[in-house]
Design a protein around this ligand. Structure first.
Ligand code: CIR
Length: 254
């Protein structure tokens, strides 16, 4: 059974990092309820949910995806681009240690897991405001022995690469073309978000099914027309903290 690592919503979530959104009140109880429903959906998709030890003092700790990149052979602990988020990684490393050898991105490199989109043996890595060229180069070197290709992708207007593009089926990308170079990601088959739903490009593919926010019905219709198998969740509270459905877990085979 796949494992999905998650982490509780911090009571300090109102002080989260924000880059592209204005600050809005976040209802903590509602965020925690939606997070529990999200964990349940992960279970429905065949994952055993394991929680990283909570960090109530770290506002963005729920967005556990940014702290590590887990592959079959190794786990890379990131060095998040936002300084406030760097203390999040130690507990994630502790949780991963029993499953994988651990390596880490070092200063001056920065890398957020939200910038890393793996498609087969290629890791596409967003050169974003959070991930720098040194972080991408370190990732490439760390993964060279395992035969992975690591390619940088310019990301404009989105927080992370996976805000702009994710997989919705093993052979189908969901993209917001406004935030991604037209030639990015090897010309793979893709469906675009509805233009009225720019934040709708973040889906979490687990096996052959995808978890998707209920907030983007027009794009959802497009996905269904393309035959994607999609399960929806209400992720609206954490969306105010610029989190999507990929951000709140790290899924891997034990
Ligand atoms: C941040 O700005 O770092 C958080 N408020 C949101 C992080 C979302 N993470 C992700 O998309 N992977």
């Amino acid at each position: 059974m796949r494992i999905a690592l998650t982490r509780a919503v911090s009571p300090e979530i109102a002080r989260c990092e924000l880059t592209h959104l204005d600050r809005e009140p976040i209802d903590l109880a509602r965020a925690a309820e939606q997070h529990a429903a999200y964990e349940h959906a992960l279970w429905e998709l065949g994952c055993e949910v394991r929680r990283v030890r909570p960090a109530p003092e770290l506002p963005d700790a729920v967005f556990v995806e940014d702290a590590a990149v887990v592959l079959d052979e190794i786990a890379i602990i990131t060095r998040p681009g936002a300084e406030s988020r760097r203390p999040e990684t130690a507990a994630v490393a502790d949780a991963l240690r029993e499953y994988r050898p651990i390596r880490a991105i070092e200063a001056p490199g920065t890398l957020d897991g939200g910038d890393v989109l793996r498609i087969g043996r290629t890791l596409w890595v967003g050169a974003s405001s959070r991930t720098n060229a040194d972080g991408i180069a370190q990732l490439r070197e760390l993964l060279r022995p395992f035969g992975y290709r690591v390619e940088g992708v310019a990301v404009e207007g989105a927080l992370h690469l996976k805000t702009a593009a994710t997989l919705v089926a093993p052979d189908l990308l969901l993209v917001n073309p406004a935030w991604l170079p037209a030639t990015a990601l090897d010309g793979m088959a893709r469906v675009a978000v509805d233009p009225a739903e720019p934040f709708g490009a973040n889906a979490l593919l687990v096996g052959t099914r995808a978890l998707y926010p209920a907030a983007f019905p027009r794009t959802l219709e497009r996905l269904q027309r393309h035959g994607a198998a999609v399960l929806t969740v209400d992720a609206s509270e954490l969306a105010k903290a610029e989190g999507g459905v990929t951000c709140c877990c790290i899924v891997f085979e034990p």
